[in-house]
Design a binder for this molecule. Structure first.
Ligand SMILES: Nc1ncnc2c1ncn2[C@@H]1O[C@H](COP(=O)(O)OP(=O)(O)OP(=O)(O)O)[C@@H](O)[C@H]1O
Ligand SMILES: [Mg+2]
Length: 351
């Protein structure tokens, strides 16, 4: 591969080359990701097919082509296909090729992408801190609680009066309940046992467990991309993470609805500050009422719950398990569609 081509292939910035009719001649992988099309589909398309609703941006490009004046447009809103809008700085450079034909080189620096990465890094650090704090508290309570429980047991053995034993039973029973809670607050106490696995083993296991647990009115749909490469992970930890999300969905669906388990790959994705060539993307989708707005920003913090009997640990544990695999869980939600997305790197660099 020529070195110029090599640079272009690995560049984070979207670079597109158009002819004088604004038909796409060439694009790099970052552009494919941005436009959500493959080079094969996109090359030869007219710009109107690529960003159909963005008349003002197209007019800017046409103007640059006519005047042959390079320009930079800051904070342009681009309305792309697939409904999403990005904010970007665009540099537009009119060129003449070897045959003196006019061409237009467009570089798109996605602004919100950088904001997303910065925000994500900050959030991951905050989740870590709050989990550490909680683990510290749980640890401090755990030891004296063990002492209290042991003492109640000794006391129980000394008591002849059945009526009095009822009290020691209450102490022991409540201590056990607290200890279970503390164990969940402390999180997994074993290091992950990672090996090469197929993500669908994980999803199938969750599917089977969910089928058993769920009410008849809930259907669980599988929508897999069987070509996803193997990943290096602890299957039990991933089962736990996905199951926590699926259980939440079953709880909000309250006996009626659909949960979809979907697997895909996604190219060129940044998690925290690391850019990955390929990640596995697992979506868990339910058609329930959606996440209450007041919870949406703090879902992944421990002890955040919307349920009367919830402990608010499920999602925080899931996020922590997926982080241990170099991955991330994201969520989008509106009434009728809640999507939790697990993103897991597919290279084996983070052992
Ligand atoms: N799919 C969903 N749809 C609507 N709300 C959800 C969904 N998933 C989670 N939530 C909300 O997020 C809250 C936090 O979930 P999380 O799993 O962390 O804790 P929990 O389910 O309340 O308790 P725990 O999992 O520890 O038993 C839930 O209480 C619920 O209000
Ligand atoms: Mg839960």
């Amino acid at each position: 591969m020529a070195s110029g081509q090599y640079i272009l292939e690995n560049l984070n910035t979207a670079v597109l080359l158009f002819d004088d009719k604004l038909r796409l001649k060439q694009l790099n992988p970052a552009s494919e990701v941005m436009l959500a099309v493959s080079a094969k589909q996109a090359v030869g398309s007219n710009i109107h097919q690529l960003i159909p609703v963005d008349a003002s941006f197209i007019a800017t490009l046409q103007n640059a082509l006519e005047t042959e004046q390079p320009r930079t447009e800051r904070e342009v809103q681009l309305h792309l296909l697939h409904m999403h809008t990005i904010i970007a700085d665009c540099t537009i450079t009119p060129l003449r090729n070897a045959h003196q034909e006019k061409e237009l080189l467009v570089e798109v620096f996605q602004r919100d992408r950088h904001l997303r990465i910065a925000r994500e890094e900050q959030l991951l650090a905050q989740y870590d801190t709050s989990r550490e704090l909680l683990r510290g508290i749980a640890h401090e309570i755990n030891n004296p609680l063990g002492g209290l429980r042991g003492a109640a047991q000794l006391l129980e053995q000394e008591l002849d009066d059945e009526g009095l034993r009822e009290y020691t039973n209450v102490i022991i029973g409540e201590a056990d309940r607290l200890q279970n809670l503390l164990r969940r607050m402390l999180g997994p106490n074993t290091l992950p046992h990672k090996k090469e696995i197929n993500i669908h083993e994980v999803l199938e296991r969750v599917y089977t467990l969910a089928e058993v647990e769920s009410a008849d009115g809930i259907s669980i749909v599988r929508n897999y991309d069987p070509s996803i490469p193997e990943l290096y992970a602890d299957p039990d930890q991933l089962i736990q993470a996905v199951l926590n999300i699926v259980r939440n969905a079953m709880q909000v669906l309250d006996g009626h609805g659909t949960i979809t388990l979907r697997s895909r790959t996604q190219r060129q994705f940044t998690i925290g500050n690391r850019r990955h060539k390929l990640v596995a993307r697992i979506d868990i989708i339910d058609n329930g009422p959606g996440i209450p707005p007041e919870l949406q920003d703090k879902l992944f913090y421990p002890m955040v719950t919307g349920r009367a009997d919830g402990t608010g640990l499920g999602l925080s544990i899931a996020q922590s398990l997926v982080n241990q695999h170099g991955g991330l869980i994201e969520c989008t939600s509106q009434a009728g569609e809640t999507v939790f997305t697990l993103l897991l790197p597919l290279e084996r660099t983070h052992e």
